[in-house]
Design a protein around this ligand. Structure first.
Ligand code: BEZ
Length: 221
């Protein structure tokens, strides 16, 4: 069955992109990665999403995360659309390209292989469009998180940064983050369950690359 499950190694595909040919594993190196798909070029919701992604580029970079977008149109379309995205979002780039690559999957081969299609959204020929898929890939090239939104619902990029913080913290420390946890606000507690049946709370006192936790309260659950 197509699609990826948590813990699967992301296929090491080769694809044409606005930044040249990409071999995914080589492109990612030892970094975290985020691969996000878009239904179609020159569509309004996708244009707002990619504009937001451009604005948040430094935030992803600070977390050591390489970004890659994918859409089922041609490189030529991607190049033209990139200019529109930058103009619409009041961003500039000398090359007219976004600071991260957009993969051209015009034959939908990757979209099918990675389970990214949305059966409810079709193009004028009745072919399914790509859903708004998010794969977060760890430095070990394994899938750490997968989100799948229908084409009709734009993503929340603040949430992507939030889950990255949790994924990176919990990859380094044996803790779990509670509901709505976010670095830098009052609910910055992280929890760990002890085999004894105690729920032990820690407070986060400094963030990546050297996460530090302060011991907090402990209670039975
Ligand atoms: C959009 O990005 O605006 C969009 C694309 C496909 C279906 C619905 C909306």
């Amino acid at each position: 069955m197509p699609g990826l499950l948590l813990g699967d190694v992301i296929p090491d595909f080769e694809a044409a992109s606005t930044h040249g040919k990409i071999k995914l594993h080589q492109f990612l190196g030892n970094s975290w990665g985020i691969l996000f798909s878009h239904p179609r070029d020159y569509t309004p919701v996708c244009t707002t999403e990619l504009g937001r992604a451009v604005r948040l580029c430094a935030d992803f970079r600070r977390r050591g995360v390489k970004m890659v977008a994918l859409s089922i149109d041609t490189l030529e379309d991607h190049r033209g659309w990139s200019k529109d995205i930058l103009a619409y979002n009041n961003e500039e780039s000398a090359s007219g390209l976004l600071p991260f690559p957009i993969i051209a999957d015009s034959k939908r081969e990757l979209a099918v292989a990675l389970g990214m299609l949305d059966p409810d959204e079709k193009d004028k020929d009745g072919m399914p469009l790509t859903a708004r898929c998010v794969f977060v890939i760890g430095p070990d090239k394994r899938l750490k998180l997968s989100l799948l939104y229908p084409a009709s619902t734009g993503r929340n990029f603040d949430e992507l940064l939030r889950v990255l913080d949790s994924l990176q913290l919990t990859a380094e420390r044996r803790v779990a983050t509670p509901a709505d946890w976010k670095v830098g606000n009052t609910s910055e507690r992280v929890a760990v369950s002890h085999p004894s049946g105690r729920l032990h709370w820690y407070r986060l006192i400094s963030v990546s690359p050297a996460w530090r936790l302060r011991d907090g309260s402990s209670r039975h659950v």
